[in-house]
Design a protein around this ligand. Structure first.
Ligand code: DHB
Ligand code: FE
Length: 281
């Protein structure tokens, strides 16, 4: 059976794409964020995943306000990067893993998740920037195949934290039951606290972010006690992207081994954070 090696969670601010393109990793503004990655890349080099399941939210590239799936799973042979307006360099296409896509889809539907299957899908900054942060030296071909999973964190009503946690648990079970010798890593992107619009634009909540990060290490279901309304109040209208983190962490079960954590304020208007967990032995 396939092996789920661990999960990685990281922010996905579009400006990271410009910083990478401009080689600003050691710039004083950016260094504290980019410093979160070398330890995780070393871990990746040891666990050598073949496939990445990337849980993120589409920002209007595939799904606009007229059609908004709560949960979407990619089932395409290839995912092209398109930019939804940030002016960041377009990255080379990402190979899909159709076998894992359809296995995930079948398992999720059997478990009563009503998902949208996407046999064509573009990927935006929420998918591409974490990939580039984790595999900066990838040229035209990425070292892992990919399966994108989308959670609606954009247009209300959003799925509850509990529902996203349960989705993650089911994705973990599906990966572990995949009849394959391949090694899989799950990546959850977005967050942490940020609000880009409205009266609270610029809102950051370090205390909550820290509690949430601690909870992923010690008690991963902790955030499921809160409603979406509570979580938006705690983290901001875009901080709710933490649902992607919650689903990613849930794939590993209760116990997981923290590989590395990094938290820095601010990048753009966000609390920028990164964590990695290895599957518990
Ligand atoms: C920003 C953050 C995001 O999560 C996003 O998707 C777009 C922009 C920002 O801080 O600028
Ligand atoms: Fe975002």
């Amino acid at each position: 059976m396939a092996e789920l090696v661990g999960c990685i969670t990281t922010s996905h601010v579009p400006a990271i794409g410009r910083a990478i393109a401009g080689n600003l990793q050691d710039d004083p503004y950016w260094k504290p964020f980019f410093d979160g990655f070398p330890a995780i890349r070393e871990w990746l080099a040891r666990v050598r995943p073949d496939v990445a399941v990337v849980i993120s939210n589409d920002h209007g590239l595939n799904f606009f306000l007229d059609k908004m799936p709560t949960f979407a799973v990619g089932a395409a042979p290839q995912y092209r990067n398109a930019d939804e307006g940030w002016g960041i360099p377009t990255l080379p296409p990402f190979a899909g893993d159709l076998d894992l896509s359809w296995h995930l889809i079948e398992q999720l539907v059997n478990a009563d998740f009503d998902i949208t299957t996407c046999q064509e899908m573009l990927v935006d900054h929420a998918f591409t920037l974490p990939m580039k942060l984790l595999w900066p030296d990838a040229g035209d071909t990425w070292p892992v195949a990919t399966v994108p999973v989308g959670i609606n964190t954009v247009q209300f009503p959003l799925p509850s934290a509990k529902r996203c946690f349960d989705l993650g648990r089911e994705i973990g079970d599906a990966i572990r039951s995949w009849d394959s010798q391949r090694r899989v890593v799950v990546i959850g992107t977005g967050g942490l606290s940020h609000q880009l619009d409205g009266q609270r634009a610029g809102f950051i909540n370090k205390e909550f972010d820290r509690k949430f990060m601690d909870s992923l290490a010690e008690d991963p279901a902790w955030a499921t006690q809160y409603s979406i309304r509570d979580l938006v109040e705690f983290t901001g209208t875009q901080g709710i992207e933490l649902l992607n983190w919650l689903a990613a962490r849930a794939t590993l079960g209760d116990q997981a081994q923290l590989v590395h954590a990094n938290y820095h304020i601010p990048i753009s208007n966000t609390a920028a954070a990164t964590m990695a967990f290895a599957t518990a032995n």
